[in-house]
Write a protein that binds this ligand. Sequence first.
Ligand SMILES: Nc1ncnc2c1ncn2[C@@H]1O[C@H](COP(=O)(O)OP(=O)(O)OP(=O)(O)O)[C@@H](O)[C@H]1O
Ligand SMILES: Nc1ncnc2c1ncn2[C@@H]1O[C@H](COP(=O)(O)OP(=O)(O)OP(=O)(O)O)[C@@H](O)[C@H]1O
Ligand SMILES: [Mg+2]
Ligand SMILES: [Mg+2]
Lengths: 254, 254
Amino acid sequence: MSKTLAVFNMKGGVGKTTTAYNLAVGLVKFHSAKVLLVDIDPQGNSSVSLGIPIWELELQLKDVLQKRATVDEVVIFSKSGVHVIPSNILLAEEEIPISGLPGRELLLRKALSNISNNYDFVLIDCPPNIGVFSVNALMASQEVIIPVDMSYLGLLGINAVERAITMVRSALDHPIELAGVLGTRFDGRNKLSKEVLSSLEQHFGSKMFQAVIPETVKLREAPSYGISIYDHDPTGAGAQAYEDFVTEIVSQYE
Amino acid sequence: MSKTLAVFNMKGGVGKTTTAYNLAVGLVKFHSAKVLLVDIDPQGNSSVSLGIPIWELELQLKDVLQKRATVDEVVIFSKSGVHVIPSNILLAEEEIPISGLPGRELLLRKALSNISNNYDFVLIDCPPNIGVFSVNALMASQEVIIPVDMSYLGLLGINAVERAITMVRSALDHPIELAGVLGTRFDGRNKLSKEVLSSLEQHFGSKMFQAVIPETVKLREAPSYGISIYDHDPTGAGAQAYEDFVTEIVSQYE
Ligand SMILES: Nc1ncnc2c1ncn2[C@@H]1O[C@H](COP(=O)(O)OP(=O)(O)OP(=O)(O)O)[C@@H](O)[C@H]1O
Ligand SMILES: Nc1ncnc2c1ncn2[C@@H]1O[C@H](COP(=O)(O)OP(=O)(O)OP(=O)(O)O)[C@@H](O)[C@H]1O
Ligand SMILES: [Mg+2]
Ligand SMILES: [Mg+2]
């Protein structure tokens, strides 16, 4: 039974990409899952983090959304075992044209409808906004993962996220669920991290994932090698935390 | 002679807001400048960081862009002395309507044309994308400040930034200049920070600001008090670095 999860937060730099690609690889590596990662961010960061040279793409996600190509023609089998529908900056040029189309919020859902059953998990990495690409991701997903970083501006970002989810549920009539909120970039040495985490735990209760991702330079370096944290620093705190997070996700859906 | 500067980078969480509001306050505090900060990000982070309760706004930037209000009716005199045209999440709902208007890229320039001469500096805090709001900011600005964080994904973001600037110069025929690139979130304890900074210095040469902003929890805390780093932690490394940056900006334009 395939599960489609969007990794979403309008706030920038909170670890959406870091979470999306390390979750994807962890599901393959530790649970032998079949995983598709859809990169719907024109920055193409999750594609790059998986070792895909995005400046060389002949076909990409936008070609699927605009019905110029099928998923099969576009999907890349990354060396981590995760399948990827990649994007690069050219996706940004499609935002205004796509925003003018009838049914614009459902393009991704339709594109994935024939192939999501080939996978145990479809993960979608969103850009830092609530524009048409993020809305497509939410409309295509059963549940949404919200990474939140340990800062005041990060905590404030929860308001916009909740508003977007409410809009998808009511105005767009799609019963998306909250998979959970993941605390990221936690720096145990300062009070702010603990205070933000505690506010999130109070607000989200059992919807808060138990795993908390620490701030570690290893997580920041790994994308430069096109590999996951488990390959870059297998015994480190980042790998441990993301592996715990992967286990929580799997237990949630078995 | 008024100077309008956009603080721009498509990459999320690189310190655009932290730079925009601390630069604004520093210009007022240390150089007695008259400064207007325009928040064209629906997250409203720079407005919040200056102590403005954005959930209570009756009028905001979108009302000026849509010609429902004048700048005078919307501008707030924050307690730091910086004047602010604030935004909140409702700005996001204007993105698609505004994208459909003729002359959509010039709405902000027109709105500011009558009032920019009342200020020494007009600073514009951009959202993390190259959509219609960022383009409005670039079209309204003479120069652009690019904060870049010390990470691989941060370094990659430079490509999208250069592409956007090229597009504004050629397709939109606006001779925007690069004020400079500012290294942010520098963590002297790891090699990655030094390598990224050195790559940026090689690529940008004299366009790299001398100031480098360190990663410090004080910069992350200050927005929760609605104050600048100079008020939150006047003797700390963050305040020192931003004060140096403010001095560089002032020397560049006198
Ligand atoms: N726990 C962590 N420790 C150290 N660095 C991290 C951590 N999580 C993310 N980073 C780094 O911080 C930066 C921002 O993270 P990331 O790109 O994953 O966030 P994002 O939410 O996807 O950003 P955007 O909004 O631009 O899409 C990246 O350079 C990433 O490598
Ligand atoms: N030098 C620094 N040291 C510590 N924390 C920082 C530093 N610069 C920024 N931050 C924190 O990192 C987070 C991201 O910074 P900021 O919001 O300024 O970036 P941004 O580029 O404006 O993000 P967005 O793309 O979402 O608009 C914020 O919580 C901020 O307080
Ligand atoms: Mg990302
Ligand atoms: Mg910002």
